[in-house]
Design a protein around this ligand. Structure first.
Ligand SMILES: C[S@@+](CC[C@H](N)C(=O)[O-])C[C@H]1O[C@@H](n2cnc3c(N)ncnc32)[C@H](O)[C@@H]1O
Length: 191
């Protein structure tokens, strides 16, 4: 894997630019997977380009747990969620460097949405271990990585690690300038 570097907080403002919708339309990308009432986890939401749309889609009976490592990303996400009157549906958490605390969610999560974040994590193995534990049986995880930062071999290596925790590829949706895979939790992870 390449050297890990975390997206600087100020880049968060570029990632929420409305023009990005021409490249990555949040509503279109999440539409096939998110239904009302779901519990969705979004690791590394940044300032929430996808988070607000996830919260719209889960509706008043669902919720989105958004977990980022950078307080400035979280502060901006919170402000945007408040302005959109969606705070009641969004649980914003600060990650610890070594863990997002997903294990505590054991078997309660319907969907995990990871967009342009897994390659920034210090320990991809423990991320997929935690993610698999958090998901309900047969629940899905969408893994999307930018082709500009992650090459095909690195993406394949991420998929191998995911499969070691019972997350198997069931689809490869087309998302511009991205590698993507829809993973399904097939069985309880052994570790
Ligand atoms: C490239 S940004 C992508 C933001 C968002 N997913 C999007 O596509 O607009 C990556 C995000 O992951 C967060 N991140 C990096 N390492 C993390 C970690 N260990 N735990 C939680 N979030 C992390 C960064 O702070 C940043 O907000």
């Amino acid at each position: 894997m390449a050297k890990i570097s975390v997206c600087p907080w100020w880049l968060g403002y570029f990632l929420i630019n409305p023009l990005r919708r021409f490249l990555h339309n949040p509503a279109e990308i999440i539409a096939p997977y998110i239904k009302e009432g779901m519990t969705v986890v979004e690791p590394g939401p940044g300032m929430g380009f996808f988070t607000l749309e996830l919260a719209n889609k889960v509706g008043p009976s669902g919720h989105v747990i958004a977990i980022d490592i950078q307080p400035k990303m979280i502060a901006s996400l919170k402000q945007r969620a408040e302005r959109s009157h969606l705070m009641e549906r969004i649980d914003i958490r600060l990650a610890l460097p070594e863990s997002m605390g997903l294990v505590k969610l054991a078997g309660t999560v319907d969907f995990i949405f990871t967009f342009a974040v897994v390659h920034e994590l210090p320990d991809i193995n423990s991320f997929f271990l935690e993610a698999a534990k958090a998901l309900k049986p047969n629940a899905l995880l969408l893994l999307v990585e930018p082709t500009g930062h992650v090459n095909a071999d690195q993406f394949s290596a991420e998929l191998v690690i995911a499969s070691q925790h019972g997350l198997e590829v069931i689809d490869t949706p087309a998302i511009r300038r991205s590698h993507s895979a829809l993973l399904k939790k097939h069985h309880n992870p052994v570790s």
